[in-house]
Design a binder for this molecule. Sequence first.
Ligand SMILES: [Zn+2]
Length: 299
Amino acid sequence: MKTKLLLLAAAVGAATAQAKLNVVATLPDFGAIAQEIGGDKIKVTTIARGTEDQHFVDARPSYIRLLNQADVLVEGGAELEIGWLPPLVAGARNAKILSDAAGHVILSRSIHLLEVPNGPVDRSMGDVHPLGNPHFSVDPANGKNIAGALTETFSRLDPANATYYEANLKRFDERLDKKLAEWTKLLEPHRGTKVVTYHKSFDYFLERFGFQLAGTIEPKPGIEPSPSYINALIQRIKSAGVKLVMIEPFRPHKTPQYVAQAVGAKLLLAPGSVGGNEKVKDYFGLFDYDVAQIVAALK
Ligand SMILES: [Zn+2]
């Protein structure tokens, strides 16, 4: 009798666990937003860490097993993950997340991409943004597009909980609108501030808040700078009044520090995604942290 009850309990437990949508997100921002929408109806796992370069993620083979069990795969697209995701998806052999499956979300399709090239870009030139800038989640307004796309997918795959996902989306959007107004107000006095970044990873953020990108430490996305490039960069922007050299904490610090000193700017370590440092734990926290850092640095 006791055994029977235990077995029954285990079966119920398994059924409950199975009912949760199993979501795998490539990047922490996508995983964080998925969690906001999915709440306790989904289980989210994120592949990349916030301290990793999103183009060059350490894609351990253990993720193949994870993807094999996934109901949903959320990726950014625009070739952001092209260097590491395709072998994992191929290895997973899971029809639910193949390219045109309902469980495969390509978020860039819901975003107005910046810096889309007019003509074909030769990848041999090393540019890792051949379809436009894929770092769109650093504009909080794009967070709403991401949340909307995820709500649609979760609702389609799990219609029993559609109203739950819709309610979470509404709450997320309202909170984001309120916070966006707050961040905009805090940064308003600094509109037009000139900034140097390491990679073209903050362009959407700068565009949103009216900052200007004066140059990048990398000569092209994904290409490390030479000393002569850095000297030319300094010559070009020396008299431009650059106030900030803003880099993600995981980038090399030495060259950005050198450039900051040479042009009279402050070096700012700004996470570019959730988990970029230990203080940035969710999508709202990312902007709370970065905006506060910027305001403090420009005081
Ligand atoms: Zn990039």
